[in-house]
Design a protein around this ligand. Structure first.
Ligand SMILES: *Cc1c(COP(=O)(O)O)cnc(C)c1O
Length: 388
């Protein structure tokens, strides 16, 4: 048995570290989910969620992973055979596309190189070529967690508006909400999908849909089969502070506390903190003489950095050494970039010294794997943290 001392460093881009305050809040006794105390909790949480999505509309909360919330977004708004426009930004966009296909939707797929976000120019071209408005929804993964690339959602919105195209805009913010600037209402998003275990600093187990009026209207005529995922009974029951089934009560206690923490820090500051940690991480990667996977300066992710290793180097070997020697988990390469990249998660409950420790562990792990990096990487990151 290996004896571990101190805390494990969980620096994957989700699940993220859960603050002690949130853990304590969840350790409350189970309560009657049909009683008045629960109704108070539910009303408070459902209200406090709105500013985090920057919406005045309803937010539907499911006892599910983010994948469930993807399905909810599709089945509530679309009908069999509808066309949806999706962009190959990486692994998660590909999984969401596969789900759309398996639900009986037709997918218009814009190929990508896994180093760029969803292309507003490609969106404009595809929408212009659809004067009959056969495309019913545009699906964008805001922060592609497999690549560390953040798509420019307002520019996709502008492409829809410029084309005068009525398709719904569905956005996955599983690894960006509560970390990277995001505005559901202002950006004209119809359904925002997220999950609990990344920027919201909770364990896995809650899925969310923030829903616009236009999406609610689409839900009234959508014909994809749905029952558990149907928004309507949830939104109705929520008005009285209840759910049509047993909700994940203790996760909601945790959510209540996590939302309080986000409000105390202030969302703008939360976004700034993430952007700053991301910039320090990129300084480290460049100091090591390595490449950040994201290839567009405008699209660097605030919540994670994918580090591309030179040909012939195995990224998972670095992760293995870092875990064995320093008790730190880094994100593995997914799909097309498996073995070529490792991912440093810097989202959620994190401060300067957590990041400094993380980057120190990465630097030592790279050297131990035989990748020739100097100490400049960590030094650059510390300079960034000290002076910015
Ligand atoms: C983590 C993640 C998901 C999947 O969420 P699960 O909770 O694992 O189902 C979907 N999209 C993005 C962008 C993610 O980061």
């Amino acid at each position: 048995m290996t004896v571990r001392t101190g805390r494990h460093f969980l620096q994957i881009p989700g699940p993220t570290n859960v603050p002690d305050r949130v853990l304590r809040a969840m350790s409350a006794p189970t309560l009657d989910h049909r009683g008045p105390e629960f109704a108070g909790l539910a009303r408070r949480v459902l209200g406090a969620l709105k500013p985090v999505f920057a919406t005045s509309g309803p937010v539907v909360v499911y006892p599910s992973s983010g994948t469930g919330a993807w399905e909810a977004a599709l089945v509530n708004t679309l009908s069999p055979g509808d066309r949806v426009l999706c962009f190959e930004t990486g692994h998660f966009a590909t999984l969401w596309r596969d789900m759309a296909r398996s639900l009986g939707l037709e997918v218009e797929w814009v190929p990508g190189d896994w180093r760029h976000g969803a292309s507003p120019e490609a969106a404009a071209d595809v929408l212009a070529a659809d004067p009959g408005h056969r495309i019913k929804a545009v699906c964008v993964v805001h922060n592609e967690t497999s690549t560390g690339v953040t798509s420019r959602v307002p520019e996709i919105r502008a492409a829809l508006d410029d084309a005068g195209h009525p398709a719904l805009l569905l956005v996955d913010t599983v690894s960006s909400l509560g970390s990277i600037e995001y505005r559901h209402d202002d950006w004209g998003v119809d359904v925002t999908v997220t999950g609990s275990q990344k920027g919201l600093m909770l364990p896995p187990g809650l899925g969310f849909n923030a829903v616009s009026d236009k999406a609610l209207a689409a839900a009234r005529t959508s014909r994809l089969p749905k029952s558990f995922w149907d928004w309507t009974p949830v939104i109705e029951a929520n008005e009285a502070g209840f759910f049509p089934y047993t909700p994940a009560t203790n996760l909601l206690y945790g959510l209540d506390e996590a939302l309080r923490m986000l409000a105390e820090e202030g969302l703008e500051q939360v976004w700034r903190r993430h952007a700053r940690h991301a910039a320090a991480t990129r300084a480290a990667v460049r100091g090591w003489g390595l490449e950040v996977l994201c290839a567009d300066e405008r699209e660097h992710s605030g919540s994670l950095t994918a580090v591309l290793l030179p040909d012939g180097q195995d990224a998972d070997a670095v992760r293995k050494i870092v875990l064995e020697r320093f008790d730190m988990s880094l994100g593995t390469g997914l799909g097309r970039v498996a073995g070529k990249v490792f991912r440093i998660g810097h989202l959620g409950h994190l401060n300067d010294l957590t990041l400094a420790g993380t980057l120190a562990g990465v630097q030592m792990g790279l050297k131990l794997t035989g990748i020739p990096v100097g100490p400049e990487g960590l030094a650059e990151a510390l300079d960034h943290l000290r002076t910015d």
